[in-house]
Design a protein around this ligand. Structure first.
Ligand SMILES: NCc1[nH]cc(CCC(=O)O)c1CC(=O)O
Length: 320
């Protein structure tokens, strides 16, 4: 374990090398440096870039090669091996189960959770011409957009945010759908033509939130990360992730969830969770909205309510 000249830890931060991953990691390190200054810690930070399997096969449909865990496996191994001390993930790319010995040390305050459109004509979803082509490789986005506008033609596009924005031009698309949070963090907010409301498109579980993974036994890093945790975000995201874990067959399915805090009193918080499961073509959208005080309990309850509505049949048809 490295120490710097003032006796603090040299904390090694692992990251993927996509523009978004590097930017998110940079923001987190800036925030941690401020907290160190404020709390009298003399830690310094060093970035280590890691190429994951998911990055090497970015041109293959994710669901064909084993899903989202592909982006975190190598990073988790580096944590376990002590090569790095923490790793910043987009919460929505974090698997629901972490390996033994690792934990999520902080969930910082959530950015805008909504999806958004970047359109050729600059308008919103209402302004897209009949039969417009919309680029997204997310089954969740495709399903909900088709349900709202059955005339739209969904085209699969993969790649990092920057290459997907380029594809709006190079593939002659009318629009692409992206996460607002990613664009804001990149400083590309002015590219957004219009947000897509959660009434039209329930976001991915954890969208707009980050998770910072570290070793369970690393008390020093855990103490630092605890300072960056946002309890409201941690709990709303916990409701969404419990919902996902309760329904998920592990494959890519049109599933979304969004939790908010609706009340805060001396007895604690009240959460409202919307869960959604759809068919890939958007012909069926199942939704449940429930309120409760316990995020985990609420996640399980919404999952069960969707099962009662027939979510299992949709999931089985997709091959979950
Ligand atoms: N699937 C890739 C991914 N993972 C996290 C984000 C955006 C940031 C976030 O949701 O927190 C994106 C890009 C996107 O979906 O547009």
């Amino acid at each position: 374990m490295g120490h710097n000249s003032t006796g603090g830890r040299v904390i090694v931060v692992g990251t993927r090398q996509s523009a978004l991953a590097l930017t998110q990691t940079g923001h987190v390190i800036d925030a941690l440096k401020q907290l160190c200054q404020h709390h009298g810690f003399s830690h310094t930070f060093e970035i280590r870039k890691i190429v994951t399997k998911g990055d090497r096969i970015l041109d293959v449909t994710l669901s064909k090669v084993g899903g989202k865990g592909l982006f975190v496996k190598e990073i988790e191994q580096a944590l376990l091996d002590g090569e790095i001390d923490l790793a910043v993930h987009s919460m929505k790319d974090m698997p629901s189960e972490l390996p033994d010995g690792l934990l999520n040390g902080a969930v910082p305050k959530r950015e805008d959770p909504r999806d958004c459109l970047i359109t050729r004509n600059g308008g919103g979803i209402e302004d897209l011409p009949r039969g417009a082509s919309v680029g997204t490789s997310s089954l969740r986005r495709a399903s909900q957009l088709k349900a709202y506008r059955p005339d739209l033609e969904i085209r699969s596009i993969r790649g990092n945010i920057d290459s997907r924005i380029r594809k709006l031009e190079t593939e002659g698309l009318d629009a692409i759908v992206l996460a607002t949070a990613g664009l804001k963090r990149m400083g590309w907010e002015e590219r957004i033509s219009s947000p897509v409301g959660v009434d039209i498109c329930i976001p991915a579980v954890g969208q707009g939130a980050l998770g910072i993974e570290c070793r369970e036994g690393d008390a020093e890093v855990r103490a630092l990360l605890a300072l960056l945790n946002d309890s409201d975000t941690e709990q709303t995201v916990a409701a969404e992730r419990t919902f996902l874990a309760a329904l998920n067959g592990g494959c890519q399915i049109p599933i979304g969830a969004y939790a908010v805090i609706t009340d805060r009193d001396t007895n604690g918080l009240t959460f409202m969770l919307t869960g959604m499961v759809g068919s890939p073509d958007g012909s069926t959208i199942l939704k449940e909205i429930r309120s409760g005080r316990d995020p985990q309990q609420l996640g399980l309850e919404v999952a069960q309510a969707l099962r009662d509505q027939g979510a299992d049949r949709i999931l089985a048809d997709i091959g979950g």
